[in-house]
Design a protein around this ligand. Structure first.
Ligand code: GLC
Length: 537
């Protein structure tokens, strides 16, 4: 029986103890009636977030943008989109959040800008423009076709022809998102100054977008075809991104970005990293730990929902962490379907139990704390370009980005206008106000669990050991610190299951159950899909 993180660590950094909460700003709270959330809306809801019990807010992009990719196409890295507010509102948000001990993390999008960014407008204006080389331009092949076979993540070729200057430019995502040329030192310096602009204002760190794509093969070699059934095939890709992702040169850039953050005190560096195999994620911690504090672990986004599969996913991860590397878990974000939809309504509290009791930093997605589900959006009403460009797939992201459900009033208290995406039909029952009033609600489950996670060192810093031999549907593990022993047990099955703990304790007591059951003793019978957190005496 292997124990992970056996000794605990003294003097944890703030982010090692923190729970992160992602706000998709267009959908959190509107205050000016345009149907789109704004920064004042986030300010108005800070007390809710304090009451929920999270520590840090990561806000998806709020910068000026033509919104081709809903803000991930940035037209000015150092300002706020008027739709969200202005720099004064942002400064107020920072001050109000810090006054409540909440940290603010911004999204930083280095791989590409908007095609409307003044840098790109200059770059495409002529081949002689001093900013020409700030983006990635290549000649057509002799027959006029793109320079190589690279495909864009959101469909089609990654190359767009520019009629005026008679060359192709590279876009890993949409044509409206041209890739910056990070082999040009002027780009590097300008983009580091963007970090400094926000760090000077007082932001507590960055979540760095699409970092695995940052550097591309200097020789522009063709990518090989995907193997059927491989990880990449799942994303609707035709090619394996051998020459367009995870290039070793990217790690050098990450190290340097990290040095910029280290010019300031106590800032957190989070990377949007993902790799089919955990082993390929580890280099993003840096060597030794000079890369990301939190290289996002997305392997749990499509986790198999059965006990042995989940155990393997956790064990495989812990087994390859570098010395001192701190794990993290993500079960939901703005790019994948809602966790209550993916794992099933009956399991969504158990996902929360896992997320908040495993050893590792949790990142929550707004609305998951009330069990929000995907909203079905018919093809003709889709607005996410990924969903529109790849209609044959289920990759469209509108369903998981719908407005937060605050109460049962019209438009769920999100807006007085017309919401930019439809609200869930169930919002009159599934909303914050209703769940605050219901002791047995999902929201009250999360609130209790977040308080336990914060107050019990065993949960945020304790050792982690699986408890073997509990049969097929049960997953059980112990967390232990300073003599306090906790045990978590999840029933993945649709039938009652009993766990016998007599070899571990004389008496255990329930601290929290997904079903709010309350037992003590040495054997516990879990209801179908129930998870429990116990204190072992
Ligand atoms: C990241 C973001 C996603 C965005 C893409 C391009 O994967 O999470 O929402 O569309 O990068 O910026």
């Amino acid at each position: 029986m292997k124990t992970y993180h056996p000794n605990g660590t003294n003097n944890l950094k703030w982010w090692q103890k923190a729970t992160f909460y992602q706000i998709y700003p267009r959908s959190f709270q509107d205050t000016n009636g345009d149907g789109i959330g704004d920064l004042q809306g986030i300010i108005n809801r800070l007390d809710y977030l304090v009451d929920l019990g999270i520590d840090a807010i990561w806000i998806s992009p709020i910068f000026p943008s033509p919104m081709a990719d809903f803000g991930y196409d940035v037209a000015d890295y150092c300002d706020i989109h008027p739709m969200f507010g202005d720099l004064d509102t942002f400064d107020r948000l920072l001050a109000e959040a810090h006054g409540r001990n909440l940290k603010i993390i911004l999204d930083y999008v280095p791989n590409h800008s908007s095609h409307q960014h003044p840098w790109f407008l200059e770059s495409r204006s002529s081949r002689q423009n001093p900013r020409r080389d700030w983006y990635i331009w290549q000649d057509a092949k002799a027959d006029g076709s793109p320079p190589n076979n690279w495909e864009a993540f959101f469909g089609g070729s990654a190359w767009e022809w520019d009629e005026l200057t008679q060359q192709y430019y590279l876009h890993t995502f949409l044509p409206e998102q041209p890739d910056l040329n990070w082999r040009n030192p002027e780009v590097v310096e300008a983009m580091y100054n963007v970090l400094r602009f926000w760090l000077d204002r007082g932001v507590d760190g960055f979540r760095v977008d699409a970092i695995i794509c940052l550097m591309k093969d200097e020789q522009f070699r063709d990518n090989p075809a995907v193997q059927p059934g491989s990880f990449w095939a799942r994303w609707g890709n035709q090619l394996e991104p051998r020459y367009t992702m995870h290039l070793p040169e990217t790690r050098q850039q990450i190290r340097q970005m990290r040095q910029v953050l280290d010019e300031y005190e106590d800032r957190v560096h989070i990377g949007e990293t993902s790799a089919p195999e955990y082993i390929d994620l580890m280099p993003y911690y840096g060597d030794p730990l000079d890369g990301y504090d939190i290289p996002f672990n997305f392997n749990t986004l499509n986790a198999p929902w059965y006990a042995a599969g989940m155990r393997a996913l956790i064990e495989d991860y812990y087994a390859v962490l570098p010395p001192g590397g701190w794990p993290n878990f993500v079960f939901g974000n703005h790019d994948v379907h809602r966790l209550a939809t993916r794992y099933g309504h009956e399991n969504h509290r158990s996902v929360g139990m896992l997320l908040l009791t495993l050893w590792g930093i949790p990142t929550m997605y707004y609305g998951d704390e009330i069990g929000m589900e995907d909203v079905f959006i018919p093809l003709e009403q889709r607005i996410d370009p990924w969903g529109i460009n790849k209609p044959e797939t289920d990759l469209g992201r509108d369903p998981e980005r719908t407005p937060m459900q605050w109460n049962s009033s019209p438009n769920a208290g999100f807006t007085t206008g017309k919401p930019w995406l439809p609200l869930a039909d169930n919002y009159t029952q599934v909303n914050v106000a209703a769940q605050l009033a219901d002791e047995g609600s999902t929201l009250n489950f999360y609130k209790k669990l977040l308080r336990l996670r914060r107050s019990l060192p065993a949960l945020h810093n304790g050792s982690f050991t699986f408890v073997d031999g509990q049969g097929d549907d049960l997953l059980a593990y112990q967390r232990e610190a300073n003599g306090q022993r906790l045990l978590v047990c999840l029933n993945f099955g649709a039938a009652e299951r009993t766990i016998d703990l007599s070899h571990l304790t004389n008496r255990a007591e329930t601290l929290l159950s997904t079903h709010f059951t309350n037992h003590s003793g040495t054997t516990f019978t879990l209801r179908p899909h129930e998870s429990i957190l116990l204190q072992l005496n």
